[in-house]
Structure formats: C-alpha cells, structure tokens
Design a binder for this molecule. Structure first.
Ligand code: HEC
Length: 217
C-alpha cells in the first residue's frame, strides 16, 4: 500500500471517529425547534435537489396534466391530506406547520420566481417517494397509485392561481379523499372536508375536542 493511500485512509478514519465522538456526546441538536447550521442546511438542500433531479430524470408528465378532471380529483385529496402542512388560499398558517422543521413550503403561494411553472416531474417524485427526515410522507408507500399522484401534481400546479372561493368550490366539487392503490380498501373514500376558515379560530373553547390555549401570533 503506498503512503498516499495510507494517508487518505487515516484521514478518513480520524474524520469518522470525530463524527462518532460528537454524536456520542449527545450535543447534536435534534429538536425540531433548533434550525440546522446554515452550512448543514445548504449541504442537505444541495444533496436533496441533486438526488431528486437525478432520480426523477426519467419521469415524463402525462400529456393531459391540465385536464380539469385531474385538477378536480387532486383538489379533494389535497384538502384531505396536504392542506395542514402546505396550506391553501387565504390560510396563513397552521399549528402543525409552525412546529415542523423544515417548514413545509406554502404550495398556495407559488414559486419564489413567480410566473414560473412548477416542475411536475419533480413534484410527482416528491409526492411519491417523500423526503427522508422531513415530515413529507412517501404517499405511494402509504397506498396511493401513480394516477392519483399525477392528479395531485396537476392540482399543485393550479393552486397558486386560485382564490379561496375557487379553491373551496373545487374541493366541494371533488370526490373527496379517494384514490386508487389501496388494495383491500375498496371503500377508501371520505366526503370532501368542509372549507377551512381563512384565519385560525379565536382563542377559547372549541367543540371539536381540540382545545388548548392558543399562541400569540
Ligand atoms: C406532515 C406534513 C406534510 C404533509 C401532510 C404533506 N407534506 Fe409535502 N412536504 C412536507 C415538507 C416538510 C416538505 C419539505 C421537505 C424538505 O424541504 O426537505 C414537503 C415538500 C413537498 C413538495 C415539494 C415542494 C417544493 O417546492 O420543494 C411537494 C410538491 C409536496 N410536499 C406535496 C405534498 C402533497 C401533494 C401532499 C399531500 C398528498 C403533501 N405534500 C403532504 C410536509 C408535508
């Protein structure tokens, strides 16, 4: 073995031992209320985007992604499964979203470089596979088939342009929470959820069993 190789291996071993030592001390900030160091944050974001770009490269969106039927079906599933984390028109924030890290992107707000269209293949991949160690679930593992995932990708493209009224109408016109891929769950169907209030309910007693002092906003 030449000296360079021995040097490289020794450096790697010292590096791995240092990481293990830091982990063993228990000082790593694992709480969701402590953000990553900016360097760690940027490194994770870089790795995430590289991985998604590579692994979604072979995915082509169906030609009928703009079909209103897809968008209608996607609306019902979005309102049932996504809205608490990803919000809706006129829904400023939610209790679960405030506590999550990373914060789920507000999919009703559109892209930062507004006017740009979302990358449907990227959205499909993320909805299907989820994102490890974030709260984003792998919906295919949960039991959703590809067609229902494309319906959601279609809906998510449309969402930033919707008013609250248009959103509520689409959800009401949808079939609710219903999608293929749930073997043994032929009756996996729930009526559309009622519209969310635009603002969080006022502090005080509620009658849905969910009752605790609200936070200052
Ligand atoms: C429990 C919270 C939670 C739920 C429920 C959830 N997501 Fe997410 N989602 C996240 C988080 C957190 C991220 C960001 C992950 C990251 O940045 O690493 C994310 C990311 C995404 C992204 C990528 C957004 C972007 O611009 O980078 C899409 C698209 C998405 N989710 C769609 C959905 C859809 C559709 C549903 C419902 C079927 C859903 N999510 C349900 C938490 C959630």
């Amino acid at each position: 073995m030449n000296k360079v190789l021995i040097g490289v291996l020794a450096t790697l071993a010292v590096g791995a031992a240092s990481v293990a030592t830091v982990a063993a001390t228990g000082i790593v900030a694992v709480g969701a209320d402590t953000p990553h160091h900016p360097v760690v944050h940027d490194l994770l974001a870089f790795a995430r985007e590289r991985a998604i770009a590579r692994q979604s490269a072979g995915i082509t969106a169906p030609a009928d992604l703009d079909n209103p039927e897809r968008i209608r079906r996607g609306a019902g599933n979005y309102a049932a499964m996504c809205v608490d984390c990803h919000l809706a028109p006129a829904l400023a924030d939610s209790e679960i979203r405030r506590g999550l890290y990373p914060t789920p992107p507000n999919l009703a707000a559109g892209l930062a470089d507004s006017g740009a269209r979302r990358n449907a293949a990227r959205d499909f991949w993320i909805i299907k596979h989820g994102i490890k160690a974030s709260a984003m679930p792998a919906w295919a593992k949960g039991g959703m088939d590809d067609e229902a995932i494309w319906d959601l990708a279609a809906f998510v493209q449309t969402l930033p342009g919707l008013s609250k009224t248009a959103y509520d109408q689409l959800v009401a016109a949808s079939d609710g929470h219903v999608h293929g891929g749930m073997e043994g769950h032929a009756d996996h169907h729930e009526a559309p959820p009622p519209p969310k209030p635009a603002a969080a309910p006022a502090a005080g007693h509620r009658h849905d069993g969910h009752d605790h002092a609200t936070h200052k906003h």
